[in-house]
Write a protein that binds this ligand. Structure first.
Ligand code: HEM
Length: 136
C-alpha cells in the first residue's frame, strides 16, 4: 500500500457526546477482547501492562474522535505504522483486531456512543486498519 488510505476521520461529535471516561472504558473493553482473541500474544499478558496499553490507545482515539490531542501531548507523534512494525500483522490479524472493536461496539449505549455515528467510526477503523498490515 502506498501511503495511508484516504478515509474520513470519525465524526467529531463522537467525543463531544461520549467524553474522556467513556472513551477510555471503551478502549479498555476492546483491549480485554484482544487479550481473549487469537492475536492475544501481541499484547501485554499482565493486567497492568494491558491496562497501560489500553490507556495509550484511548488517548489516541480521544483525539481522533474530536477530543483534545492527548496522545500527542503525552507520547508525541504517533507514527502509527512504524510503531506497529515490531508486530507481524497480516490481514487475518487485522480482521481479528476489527472484530474485537465490532464486538464491543455492539453495545454502544454502554459507553454513551452516539449510534448515529457508528457508521462513521467503523468506516474509519475498517478503512484505515489495513495500513497497519505489514506481513503477507
Ligand atoms: C490492523 C490491526 C492492528 C493490530 C493487530 C494492532 C496491534 C497493536 C499492538 C500489538 C500494539 C502494541 C501494544 C499496545 O500498546 O497496544 C498496538 C499499539 C497501538 N495501536 Fe494498534 N493495531 C492495529 C491497528 C491499529 C489502528 C488501525 C490504530 C489506529 C487507528 C491503532 C492504534 C494503536 C495505538 C495508538 C497504539 C499505541 C502505540 C504506542 O504508543 O505504543 N492500531 N497496536
Amino acid at each position: 500500500m502506498n501511503g495511508p488510505p484516504q478515509v474520513d476521520p470519525p465524526n467529531p461529535e463522537i467525543y463531544q457526546l461520549m467524553g474522556e471516561e467513556n472513551m477510555f472504558r471503551l478502549l479498555h473493553d476492546v483491549y480485554d477482547e484482544f487479550a481473549n482473541s487469537s492475536i492475544k500474544d501481541m499484547f501485554p499478558t499482565d493486567p497492568e501492562g494491558l491496562a497501560e496499553a489500553a490507556d495509550k490507545s484511548a488517548c489516541f482515539f480521544v483525539g481522533l474522535c474530536g477530543g483534545p490531542p492527548l496522545y500527542h501531548q503525552r507520547y508525541g507523534n504517533p507514527m502509527l505504522r512504524r510503531r506497529h512494525f515490531p508486530f507481524p500483522i497480516d490481514m487475518n490479524s487485522r480482521d481479528v483486531w476489527l472484530a474485537c472493536f465490532l464486538k464491543v461496539l455492539k453495545n454502544p449505549q454502554d459507553y454513551n456512543f452516539p449510534e448515529q455515528h457508528l457508521d462513521s467510526f467503523i468506516g474509519f477503523i475498517a478503512g484505515f486498519s489495513p495500513w497497519m498490515v505489514n506481513k503477507e
